[in-house]
Design a protein around this ligand. Structure first.
Ligand SMILES: NC(=O)c1ccc[n+]([C@@H]2O[C@H](COP(=O)([O-])OP(=O)(O)OC[C@H]3O[C@@H](n4cnc5c(N)ncnc54)[C@H](O)[C@@H]3O)[C@@H](O)[C@H]2O)c1
Length: 251
């Protein structure tokens, strides 16, 4: 039977590449995002490549939307086999401007948004006795502190705790929970001039990356697919760093 994957933030970047990878691997791909045009385009791309896909508008900050989208997908396809909790933002906020609202905004999307989408899918996954969850953290959550991005670093570290806690609680029910900590990946998030490296920074990043190139979205997508697959059947609670050697190469 065809497996189903639900991807948050699937309209662009790493989420889009993940949709392509799972579509090519024979999954039915549920693309979700706050970007309807981009999401619809990804669905068309997956279909054009011979796969099947559908789009649902989903702001991961909304419990109601998450519950409704998961229920709609389950009504059509049964238990979701894999959730890729990918949606995220990285806003640059100096400490003196870090209000409760800005702190909460990042946590609502980058950390709490993951649980909101995973939670409603668990009863059917548990009943089926199988499932894989992959959460996207960051090197800024597992190893680095990112100045002027304290909320992002904190939320992405929180994702690692989320992965570990869920993994242990769900391990005996056949549901594996793992994550990825990407390094520098060329996407809209990283190319943002205000909030991240920007185009010039992206073009220089290869200088500090041992493998000599910045990452591409599909470098992450292929590892997401691995973590979801039978090949990773004895892995749970782990966070794989996918960074071209950046962390081990800085000393
Ligand atoms: N690009 C990098 O270098 C890098 C490094 C480490 C981690 N990450 C993480 O990878 C994930 C994907 O990021 P990306 O680089 O592809 O960035 P991106 O900006 O290209 O994509 C982010 C996606 O999240 C979606 N999104 C934003 N707010 C949302 C919300 N409230 N509800 C639902 N979707 C929402 C966006 O619409 C977009 O589709 C993020 O969690 C990001 O933090 C990226």
């Amino acid at each position: 039977m065809t497996k189903t994957v639900l991807i948050t933030g699937g309209g662009i970047g790493i989420g889009r590449a993940t949709a392509h990878a799972f579509g090519a691997a024979g999954y039915h791909v549920v693309v979700t995002d706050v970007l309807p045009d981009e999401g619809a385009a990804v669905v068309a791309e997956v279909q054009a490549a011979g796969g099947t896909a559908e789009f649902h508008l989903l702001d991961v900050r909304s419990t109601e939307q998450a519950n409704a989208v998961v229920a709609a997908v389950e009504a059509k396809h049964g238990a979701i086999d894999c959730i890729v909790a990918n949606a995220g933002i990285a806003h640059k906020v100096p400490l003196e401007e870090l209000t409760d609202e800005k702190w909460d905004f990042t946590h609502d999307i980058d950390l709490k948004g993951m649980l909101k989408v995973i939670r409603p899918a668990l009863p059917a996954m548990r009943a089926k006795g199988t499932g894989a969850i992959v959460c996207i953290s960051s090197i800024m959550g597992i190893a680095y502190g990112w100045d002027q991005h304290v909320a992002y670093s904190a939320a992405k570290s929180g994702v690692i705790g989320l992965i570990r806690g869920l993994a242990v609680e769900l391990a005996r029910e056949g549901i594996r929970v793992n994550g990825i900590a990407p390094g520098y990946i060329r996407t809209a998030q990283l190319l943002n001039e205000k909030h991240s490296l920007g185009a010039a920074g992206a073009d220089k990043a290869h200088e500090i990356i041992p493998m000599g190139r910045i990452g591409q979205a599909d470098d992450i997508a292929d590892v997401v697919l691995f973590l979801a697959s039978h090949a990773a059947r004895y892995m749970t609670g782990q966070v794989l760093v996918v960074d071209g050697g950046l962390l081990v190469g800085r000393y």
